[in-house]
Write a new protein. Structure first.
Length: 257
């Protein structure tokens, strides 16, 4: 045991004693008193940082250690910009290009050949009415015992191509194929009336021939009136009505015979 005690005393030789430790503690206390007790307390308690606006932070009732809790604010939580986007969107029929008011106005213009046409409305590419009238013509022919859907669609497409080329040669502004198909399709409505009469009685006679001629003149005058109004072709209605009468004469042949 004497050897172990001798080994412990001789293991590490130093001049540091307990008196030196007390002196260093007193020096640290004196160094801290230079700043005063207020700043020592402030350094011991760091101020919390806020991540929101100051009006959202409300101190809770308690002691010196306060807990900041966020409060609801109408200014901070603003309404997103896309909340009213559904209210500002146009209706679905308007996005598809279907306007029942314009369809009704075009139908009335066709039914009354003496009524002046509105060029701004007639210059639209609206194919809802033409498709409906083509289907109605084919359906009435089917009720009369004539399956002519292929002829109706084929002559409509070829006739629109011919009238489209002719109007582009005659007018200075030009016209689109959709506009030509729209006008010719709307003016097919009197032919649907003639085809409906063929379901009730036969048109193969003098009355049927006269009725077919009246319907052809009705359709061609309505179509030419709309074309000259939309394209500004004043004084050329008869030149436009002649090829239109040839096209509607083919539909009249399908209806009568």
């Amino acid at each position: 045991m004497s050897n172990l005690g001798q080994f412990n005393t001789e293991f590490y030789q130093t001049n540091y004693t307990i008196d030196n430790q007390e002196q260093s503690y007193n020096d640290a206390s004196a160094y801290g008193n230079l700043y005063g007790p207020g700043e020592q307390q402030a350094s011991a308690q760091p101020q919390p940082t806020s991540l929101g606006p100051p009006e959202m932070l409300l101190p809770s009732a308690g002691g010196p250690g306060q807990i900041f809790q966020p409060a609801p604010s109408s200014d901070y939580y603003s309404q997103p910009p896309y909340a009213d986007s559904f209210d500002e969107e146009p209706p679905l029929l308007e996005e598809l290009g279907i306007n029942f008011d314009h369809i009704w106005q075009k139908t009335l213009t066709v039914l009354n050949p003496m009524k002046p046409a509105d060029g701004s409305i007639m210059n639209e590419t609206d194919l809802t009415g033409p498709i409906l009238f083509c289907v109605a013509l084919g359906a009435t022919l089917l009720l009369a015992g004539k399956v002519q859907f292929g002829y109706v669609y084929g002559m409509s497409a070829i006739g629109c191509l011919g009238i489209h080329a002719l109007l582009n040669l005659m007018s200075s502004t030009g016209v689109s194929y959709g506009c030509v198909a729209s006008v010719l399709g709307y003016c097919l409505l009197p032919m649907v009336i003639l085809s409906s009469c063929a379901v009730i009685f036969s048109l193969q006679g003098t009355f049927g021939t006269v009725s077919a001629l009246v319907i052809i003149a009705w359709c061609s005058l309505s179509a030419s009136k709309i074309f000259i109004s939309a394209l500004g072709m004043e004084g050329q209605q008869l030149l436009v009505a002649y090829p239109c009468a040839l096209l509607y004469g083919l539909f009249a042949l399908l209806t009568v015979f």
